[in-house]
Ligand binder design. Structure first.
Ligand code: ADP
Ligand code: MG
Length: 299
């Protein structure tokens, strides 16, 4: 998944670790947009040709992603694949496409082109050139699934860290008040260098930002969150947003949507959503918190 994943338990359960590891290896095989044999790739390769039968998990995640794409039509879009591939940001083919290329791909990101057949577990992309991309939501889904499984196996306290998607469960046995501490990446610095930390009870913390996958051409900055309306990377005052929420899939979607909204409207959106808080970092490097967060800045 292009990141480092870690699972922290507070008891010796090697079988649990192995099973979670296997779950993720399997998930990557099914869901990857870069692996020729994944179910997602088969759906994309059959665009405009035929419906594809998929496993229940793949169907379930696509169904939810389509639901969110309809709810937030100007920002979150699971059919963004053609534009993501055109820009190829973070990969060897990255470049600034021509306006004509972008215009052509914009036609292929219409969410109405995804047809779901629930009884047959089939997904059909109606038009040639369409492509599903679960990059903004899959890790949140996996994190929620792992959290659910851990609870079923009687694991009460744990940290699941899927690189930018953290879920804490139960109590932090190393802290007096049992709250967890989550470091917030400094978007201007290398991975692991934090600008501060939050202390809070078990929850999901998802970060989306322009800090890691990006490139510059003639002093113009391009990053990997792309607008389904313009076809270009979102240009606004947000460098990074971290969403704290009960579920990680919700955190993923809100991170993307809040990113598009910008600092002011993004904070508004988070305030209107029950049980959710956020930390925004502006492009100027300012930190903006929604209320109720116990945040300590690193001097
Ligand atoms: P990361 O964990 O890699 O930072 P994010 O959760 O921020 O990823 O999502 C970014 C990824 O989501 C992109 O690499 C791309 O695959 C996909 N993506 C880009 N733009 C959108 C969009 N508007 N809606 C949904 N997914 C997107
Ligand atoms: Mg995300």
């Amino acid at each position: 998944m292009g990141t480092i994943i870690s699972l922290t338990l507070f008891q010796n359960r090697p079988q649990v670790v192995t099973t979670v590891y296997q779950y993720l290896v399997d998930a990557e095989k099914k869901f990857s947009a870069n692996n020729d044999n994944s179910e997602i790739m088969r759906i994309n390769q059959s665009a405009g040709i035929r419906p594809v039968s998929v496993s229940p998990a793949v169907f379930d995640l696509i169904k939810r992603a389509v639901m969110y794409s309809k709810k937030f039509p100007n920002s979150f879009n699971v059919a963004i694949g053609p534009l993501v591939k055109l820009w190829d940001i973070g990969f060897s083919g990255q470049r600034v496409p021509s306006a004509t290329e972008i215009r052509q791909k914009l036609k292929a990101v219409a969410i109405t082109g995804i047809e779901l057949n629930e009884s047959q577990l089939q997904v059909y992309l109606k038009y040639p050139g369409m492509a599903i991309d679960l990059g903004a939501i899959a890790k949140g889904y996996f994190a929620d699934q792992i959290a659910f499984q851990l609870k079923r196996w009687g694991i009460k306290d744990a940290i699941i860290d899927l690189g930018g998607n953290v879920v804490t469960l139960g109590h932090n046995q190393l802290a007096k008040n049992s709250d967890w501490q989550i470091g917030i990446q400094d978007p201007k610095k290398t991975r692991g260098e934090i600008l501060g930390k939050v202390q809070l009870p078990a929850c999901s913390a998802v970060t989306s930002g322009i800090g890691e996958r990006n490139f510059k051409v003639r002093d113009k900055f391009y990053h990997h969150i792309i607008s389904p309306r313009t076809g270009y990377p979102v240009e606004n005052d947000v460098a990074q947003v971290t969403i704290f929420s009960p579920s990680s899939i919700q955190g993923e979607v809100l991170a993307t949507v809040a990113f598009f909204a910008g600092i002011t409207a993004g904070q508004q959106l988070v305030k209107q959503t029950p049980n959710v808080a956020a930390i925004f970092v502006t492009r100027a490097g300012e930190i903006k918190l929604t209320s109720g967060l116990n945040f300590k800045k690193i001097a």
